[in-house]
Design a protein around this ligand. Structure first.
Ligand SMILES: [Zn+2]
Length: 239
């Protein structure tokens, strides 16, 4: 079993959770923003957590700024052409599109590639298949996450619907049904969870009042960092 070392540092109202990777060859501590793991510290074996907390605290302003801007190395823009080599995100990981032709339409994630097989490789046809693939995965993942978070919050597991709603990540109707934009599954799971927890809190708080944010903070103490991270990524996910 490999234990993942984690800690969290408060910076004003923001909690900055981070993950530690220990390295024997390391003499110093370094900080990176990893698209999948968030704030990642690489540290020598013996550096105590209290020392790492201080390093994170000293760099807090820089970290929050980076999280706001989105993942490091986000030089790629949202896909638009649906051609070979374009980058697609699924749960925060990047996959290069590879278009193959074949009688049976299908999509597979293999070896860091999103392989789309279509009878005719036009951009329209590929887009349609890729969107259907995301929607399928959103329809699997979002009810799972909603059930997990509903349990944590002690609320009934809601009905989850997947929609193509460009302008919002999620919404909640008076009957308590939750709707999510399929595009959210491009983001890392910690950001998917932010959207899910946010909508679940709306079941008891219609508007973004102080009570709403306090309730969200009780189940997700680092929600502010996640919200900023999602804002930073937003543009890349909208296509
Ligand atoms: Zn809201």
């Amino acid at each position: 079993m490999i234990a993942i070392e984690r800690s969290s540092v408060r910076f004003g109202l923001t909690a900055i959770p981070y993950v530690v990777r220990r390295s024997q060859r390391r003499g110093t501590v370094s900080i990176a923003i990893d698209p999948a793991m968030g704030v990642l510290l690489t540290a020598p074996q013996a550096t105590p957590i209290a020392r790492l907390d201080r390093v994170v605290h000293d760099k807090a302003r820089w970290i929050v700024e980076r999280l706001r801007r989105g993942p490091v190395g986000a030089e790629h823009v949202a896909p638009s052409e649906f051609v070979n080599g374009e980058t697609f995100l699924y749960l925060g990981r990047q996959h290069r599109l590879k278009i193959a032709t074949g009688a049976v339409t299908r999509v597979a994630l293999t070896g860091g590639r999103l392989v789309v097989t279509v009878p005719v490789g036009s951009a329209t046809a590929v887009r349609k298949v890729v969107v259907a693939w995301y929607r399928h995965h959103a329809a699997e993942r979002l009810p799972e996450r909603a059930a997990i978070w509903a349990k944590k919050m002690g609320v009934p597991v809601p009905v989850v619907l997947i929609r193509d709603q460009r302008r919002r990540w999620g919404s909640c109707d008076p009957k308590g049904n939750l709707r999510f934009n399929w595009r959210i599954v491009q983001a890392p799971m910690r950001l998917v969870d932010y959207v899910v927890a946010h909508e679940l809190v709306h079941l008891g708080h219609r508007h973004h009042t102080a009570g709403f944010w306090a309730a969200l903070g009780r189940v997700m103490p680092d929600y502010e960092a996640r919200r900023e991270e999602l804002r930073g990524m937003g543009a890349r996910l909208e296509w």
